[in-house]
Design a protein around this ligand. Structure first.
Ligand SMILES: NC(=O)c1ccc[n+]([C@@H]2O[C@H](COP(=O)([O-])OP(=O)(O)OC[C@H]3O[C@@H](n4cnc5c(N)ncnc54)[C@H](OP(=O)(O)O)[C@@H]3O)[C@@H](O)[C@H]2O)c1
Length: 307
């Protein structure tokens, strides 16, 4: 799923570039005639149409497959309810078609550590602390309740957010380039988005080993100050870290600002637990070409605009 996007696209390319040629890839898209879908076909993928909101289309798309990589698309709709429905549909399609190994790309249900009664951060949409995390974590049960052979894959902040998600260094009023995040001096585990797919291929290739397991991946655990220093090293321009309180981040007003403010605060306040759940060594074992932040920056510096 998500084959024309970051996570699924990384897996499509990882499978196609695998020197062992262990799997073929079926790329699921809503529009087989779109440029990105055609590009996947050109690279050698079987491209099929399905919509995660349409269970019957998923059943057709999953038919005969060995494995399914399941991911949802929160930022397309900002609805945790919709996200849970989509996860449920993928779990049901996997069950119906007898998938032998499902990978569910999930995140933590933060309410296990920050119950709704904990007022250090606001409750959002009535029943969530970090909606795009909590919905995924809550949805784990759709996969496990059906007794599916599932690996729960906890993903992590993509460094690509510095290119596509508006989180890159920006000039402040003092003219200095700054990364603005409410992370204090805590570490933010991150990864090159393409490495998620490469790790997922490692999980599939390991056969039974990770079925029934929960894994967490990361390329490196760095403080934001260390990332700012990385930008300065690789891009040759001074970049500083602008640490702000989470409540200021939540008030920025862009769509999802409150969700992301709570997310960063969760990662800051539970640094120990969160970092522990994202294992760099395991990620490198699954994907020996796993990038560090500096290597990722070097590969992407032309695509990052330091305006
Ligand atoms: N950004 C981060 O740091 C980060 C970190 C961890 C987890 N995540 C999670 O990653 C998820 C998004 O994954 P991504 O970044 O790989 O997405 P992405 O790059 O935005 O790609 C979105 C993909 O979703 C597909 N899609 C959208 N709606 C669909 C539908 N109704 N049916 C079928 N396919 C649909 C699109 O395919 P077509 O247009 O071809 O149909 C597209 O390939 C989000 O839920 C987010 O919370 C993000």
């Amino acid at each position: 799923m998500g084959a024309t996007g970051a996570q699924g696209g990384g897996l499509v390319r990882a499978i196609l570039n695998d020197p062992d040629h262990e799997f073929n890839v079926r790329a699921v898209t809503r529009d087989v005639s779109a440029d990105k879908a055609k590009e996947l076909a050109r690279l050698g993928a079987e491209v099929v149409a399905a919509n995660v909101d349409d269970l019957e289309s998923l059943k057709k798309a999953f038919q005969g497959a060995y494995g399914a990589f399941c991911v949802t698309f929160f930022w397309d709709h900002f609805s945790p309810e919709k996200e849970k429905k989509q996860a449920k549909a993928m779990a049901e399609a996997s069950k119906y078609t007898g998938i032998k190994h499902v990978i569910w790309s999930t995140l933590d249900d933060t309410r296990k550590l920050v119950p709704l009664t904990d007022d250090r951060m606001p409750t959002l949409m009535g029943e969530y602390k970090v909606p795009h995390f909590d919905a995924k974590g809550e949805a784990n049960h759709f996969f496990t309740d059906l007794g599916l052979p599932v690996t729960l894959l906890n993903t992590v902040f993509y460094w690509d957010n510095f290119i596509y998600f508006g989180l890159g260094p920006k000039k402040g009023p003092d003219g200095k380039l700054a990364i603005t995040m409410p992370m204090g001096d805590k570490k933010l585990p991150g990864i090159a988005a393409a490495d998620i797919g490469k790790c997922a291929l490692g999980v599939f290739k390991a056969g039974q080993k990770y079925i029934g397991k929960t894994l967490g991946i990361a390329g490196e655990h760095l403080t934001i100050k260390q990332m700012a220093e990385g930008f300065a090293r690789v891009m040759g321009k001074e970049v500083v870290y602008n640490d702000i309180p989470p409540e200021v981040y939540r008030s920025f007003g862009f769509p999802g600002a409150e969700d992301m403010g709570n997310m960063f605060q969760f990662k800051r306040d539970f640094e120990k637990e969160y970092c522990k759940s994202r294992d760099v060594e395991l990620s490198r074992a699954l994907n020996p070409s796993l990038l560090t932040f500096d290597k990722w920056l070097n590969q992407n510096k032309e695509r990052i605009s330091l305006e």
